[in-house]
Design a protein around this ligand. Structure first.
Ligand code: MN
Length: 269
């Protein structure tokens, strides 16, 4: 939980840890973008092109993409609609830095293979999970949220494996086609997983939340992942849960958190 070296070096503007923000900070997560959900993609593009103009910086706290098979999908030589989509998203995001707006991207449990090459193409700085920052004089801890779901040992075992560098290298060594097929299958599987998402097993645990408040020495926590947007006043601090975005279904929803010197607010799209 230290300021990453690269953040200060590669950025033309204030680092995420600096306290000199004058404009608000925006936080989003769990958009689960893919070319299969055009309305959600359009909402993200609108957010980047219009909404974000008010912001000092945009923080994406994981699961921006439904699945990320490796940065080599950005290669111009890859002729595939999914590759074209990935390139388009990176280009859109890059317009933020061109307008002097900071962009910080944290891994989620679905797009944890987003690498240096993507960050460069998107004009983004990578944020480790968890990440402690100071904004408007307040220390805040940011996390995706999956590491806090400790009542699901099966998932935590998967998480441990998926974050293993050797396992990642083996996956990335597979042909791009194979990885695209795996990504497609992961997506169809996750359609069914939405239903089970309501069980308490898939929410954060009190113990994990308390531990993160204590270890980060903060009283404010922002995370996503659970798709249960709320503001919880815990005994150790205030925990904001970011909304997921889903605009291609009957009950479209999505939103962001806006932090300024006065307060934190949950806003709709
Ligand atoms: Mn997630």
């Amino acid at each position: 939980m230290i300021e990453p070296q690269s953040a200060a070096q590669s950025s033309g503007h204030e680092t995420a840890g600096a306290a000199n923000h004058t404009r608000p900070l925006f936080f989003i997560s769990d958009l689960h973008l893919s070319e299969a959900i055009p309305r959600t993609v359009a909402a993200f593009e609108h957010f980047i092109e219009v909404t974000a103009n008010e912001a000092d910086s945009v923080f994406i706290l994981g699961d921006l993409f439904e699945f990320w098979i490796g940065d080599d999908i950005l290669d111009a030589s890859v002729a595939d609609e999914r590759a074209a989509f990935a390139r388009r998203m990176a280009q859109r995001m890059h317009t933020l830095s061109e307008r002097g707006i900071g962009l910080y991207v944290m891994h989620g449990n679905r797009d944890f293979l987003l690498g240096k090459r993507f960050m460069k193409a998107a004009g983004a700085m990578f944020l480790p999970d968890p990440y402690v920052m100071t904004a408007f004089g307040t220390r805040i801890v940011l996390a995706h949220g999956d590491a806090l779901c400790t009542a699901d040992p099966g998932y935590q075992r998967f998480r441990h494996f998926a974050r293993n560098r050797v396992a990642q290298r083996l996956f990335l060594a597979l042909p791009l086609r194979t990885r695209l097929n795996i990504g497609q299958r992961m997506r169809s599987n996750s359609e069914g997983a939405r239903v089970q998402g309501m069980s308490a097993k898939y929410d954060v645990t009190r113990e994990a939340v308390a531990a993160l408040f204590a270890e980060s020495r903060t009283y404010t926590m922002l995370h996503g992942h659970t798709h249960r947007p709320a503001m919880h006043r815990e005994s150790d601090g205030t925990r904001w849960v970011l909304p997921d975005w889903e605009l291609d279904i009957d009950a479209p929803h999505g939103g962001y958190l806006r932090l300024d010197e006065a307060d934190i607010r949950a806003l709709p799209l």
